[in-house]
Each structure stands twice: as C-alpha cells, then as structure tokens.
Ligand binder design. Sequence first.
Ligand code: GLN
Length: 205
Amino acid sequence: MSSSTPVIGVLALQGDVREHLVALAEADALARPVRRPEELAEVDALVIPGGESTTMSNLALAFGMMAPLRERVAAGMPVYGSCAGMIMLAEKILDGRDDQQTVGGIDMTVRRNAFGRQNESFESAIEFRGLEGDPVHGVFIRAPWVESVGAGVEVLAELPAADGAESRIVAVRQGNLLATSFHPELTGDHRVHAYFVQLVAAAAR
Ligand code: GLN
C-alpha cells in the first residue's frame, strides 16, 4: 500500500460506525475508527456517522474531541456527515437540545428530527447531483433537513415536494465538507461514499 493513500477515519463515539467502515472499504478506501485526539491526528479525512447528535455532542466534549475536530475542519480536512453527522457539521441547528454543540463548518441551518412524527422513518428515491446512474435510495431515520444554506454551499439533493409538503434540501457540499440527511451506509449502494473518497483523493493531491 502506498504511504500516500489517504486514511479515512470514522468518528466512533456513538452511532452506526461499523456500517460506514464497511461502506468505505467497499469504496476502496482505507478506513479506521477514531475516538481520541491522537487518532484524529493520524487520519486524512473523517466520516461522522448517523446516530444521536445530542449524545455525540456530549461524548465529543467528554473525550476532548470537539476542539480538535473544529481545528481540523477549519484546516480543510474533508468530512462527510450522514444524518446526526450532518447535524454535527451545521453552523446552526434548530430544535437542538439547549446544551448541544456542533463542530460546524458548513454554512447551513439544519433542523433536527425535521420530517415529523408520522414520517420518522421513510425511504425515497433521491436524485443526487454528480452521481451517475439510478437515483440514490434514501433511508431517512428521524432525519434532519437543511432549512437554509449560505451562498458558498452547493445543494446536491432535494427530497421532492409531495403530498402538499415542500421540497427539502437533504444533501449539501461546501468545499471539502459533505453532508446527507439520509444513510447511504445502510443500503449497499456505496456511490455516495465513493463520491467522498474521490473528494478526499482530490484534496490530498
Ligand atoms: N435524530 C437524530 C439526531 O438528532 C439523528 C438521527 C439519525 O442519525 N438517524 O441526532
């Protein structure tokens, strides 16, 4: 293995870490779990998994990870956040817990648990800009949506308007930061992970 192959960490404080490690491996990436600042220092990029963002916030603070995460993001480390990971990458959140903190980095406002009670989990075909082939199968589990984005944020996917509901932004990119409301790590379709792996490779060049 060439020493220049980027290593992608998966933040392993809480959430569906294993599924992301598998998806990254299937997208031909070198991936490993990251829990401590010393481990974060050794990776070139990071995935923040789905799970529960309030718990992730607590654990990131307890493990001394919040400040190092913010520093790496500010320094340009590529990060992909799915669901709770999207919340962690938001500069602003709505319906968060009062003491909940985020890493930030993407100039967006994200609403937690936005799709509402009757829809707490659902699946939908998603047109993802920049991915070839069929729509992505979006698995949404108590998912957030992106309420608004700043000028530097590229919208990659929206959930189409249906049944009187507005369309909603569910995937974004800002520079080296990527976030989805849904969980491609649960579907066996690793195109979103492959997209991130390409982004990581481009950032490493
Ligand atoms: N509702 C969760 C939160 O607020 C996110 C759900 C998920 O990651 N599947 O963190």
